[in-house]
Design a protein around this ligand. Structure first.
Ligand code: ATP
Length: 346
């Protein structure tokens, strides 16, 4: 079946899923575009997995409708949906070798042996495991097992691939390597990937767009830079990266409105008290209360008023740990461009 390019891969129409009193997913509207790498990001219990399970068909909405390429699948069983899932625990068959694990989906469909071998070879190449066909899962590293799970899910060429925290079990370095690889594989195969994670850096690294979940609702949907540069709420500003929230009297004094705004630590410039900020810049005096030298950059805690601190990070372009640590107690002028603030409410 040809897809109409304007038909979304996935569409949620006021989807809710309640477990008794718990509103796991609460009136969610959502459109995922064909071919995009889409992440569902949020803290534990925010409803991401429940959304994914409803797309897969392992769970059903209490109310609302889910469309897959324009077809209402709300009441279709999992095997009648053209989606596949990769789980965090891989769920490989331990007694089968890599080749048999990857070929499983084609075996079930009675695809002839020769054809199967050809597709398995293609998949092994895609996930850079050529030469590992005869190994058992127990003879592979975590990252290699993850790639087998991916190959096994992709061999059926599903229209949508669902990934539930698939990198969660890997150590940080391998995880970062797999993030880049996964994104490259998605680009190559062109399949819509829906990726569930609670790791904001992971979502930002890989996604075309991100939905930020909080308590069963989506707080914001946008590109990684939208979410990071223009958080729509204080929850998003706080959950994605570090952010300073400024409200009340200080907000009024600097921006003319009491409405709370967020400003990212790396957007703030630390200057000397005698500086005259250029037009378009917002400035505040402060005192450096704490300095943490982190090699690549330094993190400063700067008090702008009794009990109100801003976090500022600066790259250590020229400074050394000695320079930055001696800054403690200094009076400074902070400034940032007015375009770099985001209004986040209240
Ligand atoms: P995590 O990152 O921890 O997996 P999540 O964002 O994926 O979290 P969900 O697993 O979707 O969150 O859970 C959302 C809410 O629904 C939680 O409060 C959870 O306890 C509840 N929940 C999920 N499944 C069930 C179930 N089968 N029965 C009762 N409550 C459930």
């Amino acid at each position: 079946m040809m897809n109409n390019p304007s038909t979304p891969a996935i569409q949620f129409d006021k989807v809710s899923r309640y477990f008794g009193e718990v509103k796991a997913v609460d009136h969610v509207d959502l459109e995922i575009i064909d071919g995009e790498f889409f992440s569902m990001l949020g803290p534990s219990g925010s409803g991401k997995t429940t959304c994914l399970r409803m797309i897969a068909g392992f769970d059903r909405p209490t109310s609302g409708k889910i469309h897959l390429y324009g077809q209402d699948v709300s009441s279709l069983p999992p095997y009648e949906r053209d989606v596949n899932t990769v789980f965090q625990d891989y769920a490989l068959f331990p007694h089968m070798n890599v080749e048999a694990n990857i070929a499983y989906g084609l075996m079930v469909k009675n695809v002839a042996r020769q054809e199967r071998t050809k597709h398995v070879d293609e998949m092994l190449e895609l996930v850079r495991l050529s030469g590992f066909a005869g190994r058992k899962p127990s003879q592979l590293s975590g990252g290699q097992r993850q790639r087998v799970a991916l190959a096994r899910a992709l061999i059926n060429h599903p229209k949508v691939l669902l990934l539930d925290e698939p990198l969660g079990a890997l150590d940080l370095k391998l995880r970062q390597q797999m993030q880049i690889e996964l994104k490259a594989i998605q680009k190559r195969v062109g399949i819509t990937f829906i990726f569930v994670t609670h790791d904001q850096e992971e979502a930002i690294t890989m996604s075309d767009r991100i939905a930020v979940f909080n308590q069963g609702k989506i707080e914001q949907i946008g590109s990684p830079s939208d979410i990071y540069e223009r958080p729509a709420s204080s929850f998003v500003a706080g959950f994605v990266g570090t952010s300073n929230l400024v409200g009340g009297e200080i907000a009024k004094r600097t921006t003319g409105s009491e409405q709370t705004f967020s400003i990212r630590p790396e957007k703030i410039h630390i200057g000397s008290v005698s500086d005259n900020p250029a037009s378009g810049m917002i400035s505040l005096d402060g005192v450096i209360r704490d300095v943490v030298y982190l090699g690549l950059f330094t993190r400063y805690l700067i008090e702008i008023e009794d009990g109100v601190d801003l976090v500022v990070v600066e790259q250590n372009l020229k400074s050394t740990s000695m320079d930055v640590l001696s800054a403690k107690g200094q009076k400074v002028k902070l400034s940032w461009h007015q375009d770099h603030i985001s209004r986040v409410g209240g």
